[in-house]
Design a binder for this molecule. Structure first.
Ligand code: NAG
Length: 308
């Protein structure tokens, strides 16, 4: 083989192989078109006075997956429309004091940042129709929005949960319209009755042990009923843990009743015993477990986000 032959025959072949490989790489990579929400996109997007004469920024249908750079709006808008994108988390918002309405229909939102209200002190309308909010607790972060009055969660699986509407009404005290239906006083009352005891327990959970004594004394006052075995502090903790991880509201109610009355159903007793044993076992190697726990935590976090 002379060098000219190599140049004319082998080199092109090598080049071809490279080209094919590069193309292959491109094809193998997820061809997901991802559009960044840049300042440039914000400036170029339509903004106008909407039908109710408010300043609106239209960022619809851009395949945006992450909220960012909204500081570029310089807080000049009453309404921001992020509908028809691919946003997964409602987070990373700058201080937008003027923002009253946030439209995020048709996205993939599963999580809401718990501090969202700090940045959106005047948000009164939030439309989350057709997203991926599944569990009741996932709307808890919305309690941080001090002025939220109108909320839509239509076409999220959360709406199929037992007592969904009452839960949301109970959590979001300033709400006036949920899923385009007015919140009725009757519903507020119903929600209060249903969740009041749960809230009392949550409060007790957030304060140290001594506050829990009323629970026990209450139980002793009611000692006309024969032989009440007041739960031990460990049992109380175990029941609370069970409440936190219980799947249905019925289960929560049953556990709360047990906690209040101080009488443990038989199945609960063995449950709490098990948990207590687990706790004892865990205590023996607290230090090595801790790092593992946090790691597991973040793992389960990310898998939880991806599930469904
Ligand atoms: C919502 O529920 C439907 C029907 O049960 C299911 O197919 C879908 O995967 C669920 N979506 C999410 C985000 O959980």
């Amino acid at each position: 083989m002379n060098s000219i032959w190599v140049r004319t025959h082998i080199f092109p072949l090598i080049q071809l192989v490279f080209v094919v490989e590069i193309m292959d790489c491109r094809l193998a990579r997820p061809s997901k078109e991802m559009v960044r929400l840049t300042a440039d996109l914000i400036w170029k997007s339509p903004h106008f006075f909407n039908t109710i004469k408010e300043r609106e920024l239209d960022l619809r249908g851009n395949k945006i997956s992450v909220i960012e750079n909204l500081g570029a709006t310089e807080d000049q808008f009453d309404t921001v429309d992020l509908s028809d994108n691919e946003i997964v988390k409602l987070e990373n918002l700058p201080n937008l004091n003027r923002l009253g309405t946030l439209l995020i229909n048709n996205n993939r939102i599963t999580r809401i940042n718990p501090n969202i209200g700090e940045f959106l002190p005047n948000l009164h309308t939030l439309v989350l129709t057709n997203n991926r909010i599944v569990n009741l607790v996932e709307i808890d972060p919305l309690t941080s929005l001090p002025k939220l009055q109108f909320l839509s969660l239509l076409d999220n699986n959360i709406t199929k949960k037992v007592n969904y509407r009452l839960y949301v009404i109970h959590k979001l005290k300033s709400l006036r319209v949920l899923d385009f239906k007015k919140v009725k006083d009757k519903e507020r009352l119903e929600a209060k009755n249903l969740f009041e005891s749960k809230e009392a327990i949550e409060e007790a959970q957030n304060t140290p042990a001594p506050v829990e004594t009323p629970d026990v004394s209450e139980a002793t006052e009611e000692q006309q009923t024969p032989k009440v075995t007041a739960p031990t502090p460990e049992q109380i903790i175990a029941i609370k843990a069970a409440i936190v991880s219980s799947q249905t509201l019925e289960e929560v109610a049953r556990l709360e009743k047990a906690l209040k009355s101080g009488q443990l159903p038989a199945d609960l007793k063995s449950l709490t015993d098990n948990i207590m044993i687990d706790n004892v076992n865990e205590k023996q190697d607290v230090v090595p477990d801790e790092s593992k726990d946090t790691q597991e935590q973040s793992n389960t976090d990310s898998t939880a986000m991806e599930q469904d």
